[in-house]
Design a protein around this ligand. Structure first.
Ligand code: AMP
Ligand code: GLY
Length: 428
């Protein structure tokens, strides 16, 4: 079977790595891919958002199955366009991808189906938005309705900050069309975790849990990023918590989407806040997390591809996936300056030396090969150094051993990825 993976980040490298090992694959392509992905798949220079270009490639090369990594092509309807030309794909249709594409839709959906989430209001008018803020007080969370590449959420500590966020989004052009409507919601305290399920329109198969570190600095300080590291499983997601999440959040979602004529297929990523043993939904994403996907794929024992095809075919029932019990942990290396402006093109050395380390895999997020054959950094987040260990402490030690052999003066990483899980282990 000829498979195309769409995307070029660390998530897609992990997906390509998992899929490349499947005996079902006869050829694997990735658009646009990156330097690391080119070790697992043939990279083709088509952007993940270039829907027409992707469709043409699929037709010209008789691709049998397309795995769509990022949210933008899903929200833009790539899986629907593929279905029109009778090509199967992994990922929701555009009308189901609205779960991530519109935060207002997701909040109203939760209200209709009694899914626990933060209290909220939807606004297009700044006067009404500010009245809502004044009534509810701070801290309060202001969110752009549409896709904003992970940057459309402001946690305001003062009324002034909240009002300024409203002005930036509604009156200014901080997020373009994505910010033309806002969700303003109650601030939830607790511990954050991510939960992933595979869906086929009818049922949801739990995959695994993970926790990521969103802030750029050690001790979870500094600005938010796409994620500076992650680990799986998340110790807070115990078997009884999994049952609660499935019963109160995931099952009503799958049923509700079906009833509303938007059957959900693909991976559903629930961002959760857990307090007093009760999970609440912060957000849904319609794709794997990045870097959460890297740790999930590191723990997956079964062949991924048949599960993705079963999701697309609507036959996940009775499907089972096996996982390593160990902890996987990934540390992101980013270009100096990230998440602000950063320089592209610096050379990364020592990557081959990491091959000598067992249980270690370097996923590339933003790299290419220059004319001299050197690996160069081309993105903000550049590498995800991923390891498996018998527990979080062990996985953490292994990952940082990998970091130490990479020679890249223009890059940095956090030094405490997994601290919460490691502390929990110590206190046991
Ligand atoms: P989102 O894109 O909705 O996940 O928001 C990004 C991050 O903001 C989340 O991962 C949380 O850390 C934080 N966040 C979002 N909504 C809330 C909320 N209602 N209460 C507390 N933190 C939140
Ligand atoms: N790591 C967070 C995300 O992928 O949205």
């Amino acid at each position: 079977m000829k498979v195309l993976v769409v995307g070029g980040g660390g998530r897609e490298h992990a997906l390509c790595w998992a899929i490349a090992g499947s005996p079902l694959v006869t050829a694997l392509y990735c658009a646009p891919g990156n330097a690391g992905i080119s070790q697992e798949a043939e990279c083709v220079q088509i952007a993940a958002e270039d829907i027409d270009g992707l469709i043409r490639f699929v037709q010209d090369n008789q691709i049998d199955f397309v795995v769509i990594g990022p949210e933008a092509p899903l929200v833009a309807g790539l899986s629907d366009k593929l279905a029109e030309i009778n090509v199967k794909s992994f990922g929701p249709s555009a009308n189901a991808a609205v779960m991530e594409g519109s935060k207002g839709f997701m909040k109203d959906f939760c209200a209709r189906h009694d899914i626990p989430t933060a209290n909220y209001g939807r606004f297009t008018n700044s006067k009404l938005a500010k009245e809502f803020i004044a009534e509810n007080g701070v801290p309060i969370v202001v969110k752009a309705d549409g896709l904003a590449a992970g940057k459309g959420v402001i946690i305001a500590e003062t009324i002034e900050q909240a009002n300024a966020a409203v002005d930036d989004m509604l009156e200014g052009d901080a997020f373009g069309a994505a910010g033309a409507e806002l969700v303003i919601e109650e601030f939830l305290g607790g511990e954050e975790a991510s939960f992933f399920v595979l869906c086929d329109g009818e049922i949801a198969l739990p995959l695994a849990s993970a926790q990521d570190h969103k802030r750029v600095g050690d001790s979870d300080t500094g600005p938010n990023t796409g994620g500076m590291g992650a680990y799986s499983p998340a110790p807070i997601i115990t078997p009884s918590m999994t049952e609660k999440i499935m019963e109160h959040i995931i099952q009503p979602t799958i049923l509700g989407m079906k009833l509303e004529g938007k059957p959900y297929k693909g991976v559903l990523y629930a961002g959760l806040m857990i307090e007093n043993d009760q999970p609440k939904l912060l957000e849904y994403n319609v794709r794997f997390g990045d870097p959460e996907c890297q740790v999930l794929m590191m723990r997956l024992m079964s062949d991924l591809l048949p599960a993705l095809i079963a999701s697309s075919d609507g036959v996940l029932k009775d499907f089972d996936l096996r996982w390593y019990e160990e902890t996987a942990l990934t540390v992101v290396m980013a270009a100096n300056g990230y998440p602000g402006s950063y320089v592209k093109g610096s050379i990364i050395r020592g990557l081959d030396d990491t091959n000598n380390h067992r249980g270690l895999k370097i996923f590339h997020a933003g790299t290419s090969i220059d004319e001299n054959g050197e690996t160069v950094a081309t993105g903000g987040r550049v590498l995800a150094v991923t390891s498996l260990g018998k527990n979080a402490a062990d996985a953490q030690t292994n990952a940082y051993k990998g970091i130490n052999v990479i020679d890249w003066p223009e890059g940095f990483c956090r030094h405490d990825i997994g601290w919460r899980a490691v502390e929990r282990e110590k206190s046991r």
